[in-house]
Design a protein around this ligand. Structure first.
Ligand SMILES: Cc1cc2nc3c(=O)[nH]c(=O)nc-3n(C[C@H](O)[C@H](O)[C@H](O)COP(=O)(O)OP(=O)(O)OC[C@H]3O[C@@H](n4cnc5c(N)ncnc54)[C@H](O)[C@@H]3O)c2cc1C
Length: 405
């Protein structure tokens, strides 16, 4: 039905999972969206990502649940091993009981496949324009909305701007100022993807497995229809001048895991090449809005990966924003306020909780003994109940297990 009014317009800075999810959600609610991405191509790094049921709730809401499911590997359990003794200390079953409880599965997926599912839906949506090679430098409010300028000296104007430009967000600087420090803890992640044949047979588990050790931990899980295994090795160091996505060395990663059981440590000898990232988060901020400019995803709430929820939260943000936009009748001011109010407590619970989880994973001495005793005693029912606040959420108002028919 035509009302004679032109459609509201939004600019999304950043075409990662959060930016594309936001573009898709807003376009589905009647908004015309332009996504500006700095890279020459839309894409994601070659690594895996874990998706809790809340990510599938969000993808279902955005209409791409089946595309997301198509490339996922459905793991049987979340396993935690003590990296010093080599014993299993926790196994969270992810089978039928889990799916019935949360209404969706827990799965692992290659980032390119997940991002590709969003990209394809955005590419085929008539109200979405995708623009590459546009590095956003900043955003400003205008009399009727907001605008961004880019390094190529282009200006894009719309009714609203969504900053989905990641942990080093330029749009965030507009809201918190240019000198906000990253909260670097010295955590460094090494990542590699192994062909399945390179993965030792005795560790080809259909699980997301975490080996927790003093000041370090490793995670592995199958990917891409069991053609490969994702491997992430994280350690705590006092070096802070590590960059993002740069080459790492086998010698460095092995030296940081010298105290870990050989069964796990031998995995680190396998990759032909490693990439390494410094990990950091930022302290929570009380406001994500400046006029018609708002933050989303890592730009709003960058987090350590210890809950495996950063991308899941970005998708939930998109659902919440699009839903608020629709409920407000297309009023960005009202929608932004609703979005900010609903998302801040939930997203920052993940950020602050992830800091604590890092301590659990890296426990040593008596803390390690306490951790092991606590996790060994946890029943599946207790596991499900303890994760309900997170996995039961949808991005829509309230949280808790979604109602099943
Ligand atoms: C080791 C590790 C493991 C992780 N594992 C998980 C997991 O298992 N599950 C999970 O849910 N999350 C996980 N995460 C977190 C997840 O990767 C992030 O939270 C998620 O990618 C954030 O998405 P985003 O779209 O907000 O930001 P990003 O993915 O950072 O995307 C930002 C986009 O904006 C672009 N951009 C940046 N600056 C500009 C600019 N100035 N102008 C234009 N474009 C710009 C970038 O090129 C990029 O495309 C992990 C993170 C790490 C580091």
């Amino acid at each position: 039905m035509s009302t004679g009014k032109s459609a509201p317009r939004a600019i999304v800075a950043g075409g990662g999972i959060g930016g594309l999810a936001a573009a898709l959600g807003l376009a589905q609610k009647g908004c015309e969206v332009t996504v500006l991405e700095q890279a020459a191509q839309f894409g994601e790094i070659g690594a895996g990502v874990q998706l809790g049921p809340n990510a599938f709730h969000a993808m279902d809401w955005l209409g791409i649940g089946n595309a997301g499911r198509a490339s996922a590997v459905y793991i049987d359990s979340l396993i935690m091993m003590d990296g010093v003794s080599g014993e299993e200390i926790f196994r969270g079953p992810l089978g039928e009981d889990f799916r019935n409880y949360f209404g969706n599965p827990y799965a692992v997926v290659h980032r390119a496949d997940l991002h590709g599912a969003f990209l394809q839906s955005c590419q085929t949506h008539p109200a979405i324009t995708l623009v590459n090679n546009e590095r956003v430098l900043g955003a400003e409010n205008t009399a009727s909305g907001a605008k961004v300028t880019t390094e190529a000296r282009n200006t894009y104007e719309a009714d609203a701007v969504i900053g989905a430009d990641g942990i080093y967000s330029k749009i965030r600087q507009r809201i918190v100022g240019p000198n906000e420090p990253m909260r670097l803890s010295g955590h460094v992640a090494y990542r590699a993807v192994l062909p399945i044949d390179d993965m030792p047979e005795d560790l080809r588990w259909n699980a997301a497995t975490l080996w927790g050790g003093p000041k370090c931990h490793m995670v592995h899980y199958p990917l891409q229809g069991w053609r490969s295994f994702n491997l992430v090795a994280t350690f705590v160091t006092d070096i802070e001048n590590v960059g993002s996505n740069e080459p790492g060395t086998r010698e460095e990663v092995l030296s940081r895991f010298a105290h870990i059981v050989p069964r796990a440590r031998k995995l680190l000898e396998i990759p032909q090449s490693w990439r390494r990232w410094v990990l950091g988060d930022r302290d929570p901020i009380p406001a994500w809005i400046d006029g018609r400019i708002v933050l989303l995803g890592d730009a709003a709430h960058p987090t350590y990966q210890y809950f495996a929820q950063g991308a899941c939260m970005a998708m939930e943000d998109a659902v919440c924003l699009a839903d608020a936009f629709e409920r407000s009748g297309g009023d960005f001011d009202a929608a932004f306020k609703t979005y900010e109010t609903e998302r801040i407590p939930r997203a920052y619970r993940v950020v602050l909780g992830s800091r604590e989880l890092g301590r659990v994973y890296h426990a040593e001495g008596v803390e390690r003994l306490v951790r092991n005793a606590w996790l060994k005693a946890k029943t599946p029912a207790e596991f499900y109940a303890s994760m309900n606040w997170l996995y039961g959420g949808t991005g829509l108002s309230g949280s808790g297990r979604p109602k099943t028919a």
